[in-house]
Design a protein around this ligand. Sequence first.
Ligand code: MLT
Length: 276
Amino acid sequence: SRGLGVVYKRQIWESPRGICRPYKPATGSLQTTSTPADFEALAQTDLSGTTCVVLDILRATSSMITALANVAEQILPVATIEEALAAKAEHPEALLCGERDGLRITATQTGGTEFDLGNSPREYTAQMVAGKTLITTTTNGTRALRACVNANQTLVASFLNLTATTDHLRANPPANLVIVCGGTHEEAALEDSLAAGAIADALWDLYEPDADDSTQLARQLHMTMGNDLQAAMSHARNGRRLLSLPDLADDVAECVAEDIYSFSAELVEGKVSKLG
Ligand code: MLT
């Protein structure tokens, strides 16, 4: 009967491989955004009930996590060079950090102020950043973070602290989780989708029934290319560019090293710091 059919659907959940397991309701919804246009659209929505995890593997969020590991006190991500200069006027002791076209921002681009650091994780040594406030603007990564300022919680993640991030999410599973990829130029970025897929895979049992197709795509990518991230980077647009620049090529391996750090990080009131 119709009634029995409803009961059957509630009790049995068919997995993609056709194995029937007891029905398990989703903990919540899981979405992935791939491009800058997606995160700009996300910023126009009500995020008060949403947790965002922001990824810009090459290289913004990897550099931020490295800076926090080397005990930078806090990081202020801003979208533009103008905003960075205004923040510097308020925090004269802070270091100015970031890139345009992958390179440290110079006096010619700012009307006279040289930035202290670029966007290479290798620059964010303890000697350089311990105890410091960093103001940073990058092409996509800091814009992605700014797009999430109104979220209930915004985590900052990378391969370097991926498991720490998914452990945090598993311990406190949000009802609405959005994985926000920084992308490259105005496109999706392979490396961000790979990290998004790794996060989705780690939380799959919680979110599978209500994961969107972008997340499914990212997870499939993780399952096919995720076992050799360094090799995958030679297919990524920003990966190829960085690998072709002798001064920046080593950044790629730094950014795809997995689970080097055991802390998660979050953006609170415009500042990125270690969580907890
Ligand atoms: C970005 O924010 O767009 C990236 O981190 C670019 C880069 O590789 O520096």
